[in-house]
Design a protein around this ligand. Sequence first.
Ligand code: PYC
Length: 381
Amino acid sequence: MTSGLAGADFLPLGIASSDKPCPSANCFRFAGANRARIPASVSVMSPLTIMYMVSPRSSSMQLQVIDSHTEGEPTRVVIGGGPDLGNGDLQGRLQQLRDQHDSLRKQVIFEPRGSEVIVGALLGDPVDPVHAAGVIFFNDVGYLGMCGHGTIGVVTTLAHLGRIAPGKHAIETPVGIVQTELHGDGSVSVRNVPSYRYREAVAVDVAGYGRFVGDIAWGGNWFFLVGEHAYNLSVANRVELVAVTTAIRRALADSGIAGADGAVIDHIELFSKPVDPSNSSRNFVLCPGASFDRSPCGTGTSAKMACMYASGALQPGVPWLQEGILGTVFVGSVEVEAGKADSGAPQGQSVIPTITGHAWITAESTLLFDPSDPFPEGIAL
Ligand code: PYC
């Protein structure tokens, strides 16, 4: 079944703060009591003011999205037209989205409207109204527990919509509540979920490439982190980097090497010395599909810092400057929280990472889905 707004009377043009001018003579504002006129199938965040106009193409399904990039890595936030997943917890909503509305993920991410590089984020009401939003992240192959660069993109999008001001804002995700702070200069700090090294120095034999030794760590997603290798971490070398990290991921799965409770390790992270010596490290991160993270990867930086902490190489509160493949940087640090820090982690090795980076809005768009389109869910390559 296709999700989204099909054949509705109104075409959502966008979501704006109430002081934004109306972009069209056909447009009127939907807010407060008028919110009841929004079709039940549309997931809308209550404090938002929404502009609608009568659709000239009422048979097309539409999704409203805002695009941004965080230190080079794109995020597409779905702000209107998505399915109603109710008000249950984010884990339950994720299950519903995956089981009943997976077409939304494909429509947002697949060509020709998207690409495998994009991380999507479905924005919804939080369970607890004191939180800023609930969000489910997804990509070309499935769903992400958490996404660091994506959270920075979501917070920047909420600020762009006029929904939040500089200050602290909690975001609900399927793997827990993430505290964020929007700073006055537009940068965003994300206080991630508890992160930990699960296994140290695990060897895996990779057909055609040889043996790699890495740590397995949780940073909101599962990572295999490799420090020793012969590869040059440069954009020019990206095809080779994707090939070797994909082979490592396949070898881990084939060898039965997994995260806690058999979780699939779907992110592979290589490290080297930074190009800019003022940074701490450079990384290359293979995402769950065939693409690599253009940013330094928030959950990957969290996993790295958890490993550094576990081996005594990073002290709480000391800045860690993670340079990504484009040379952009997330500034991170860890704290240890009594009682919370060791959930699921080897005793005493869990940390709460914070990463800080910047996102920039690149587009406000309405994605259109014509019923006669031969690729109703986009094109999976
Ligand atoms: O920033 O955590 C992250 C992330 C995960 C996948 C792509 N980016």
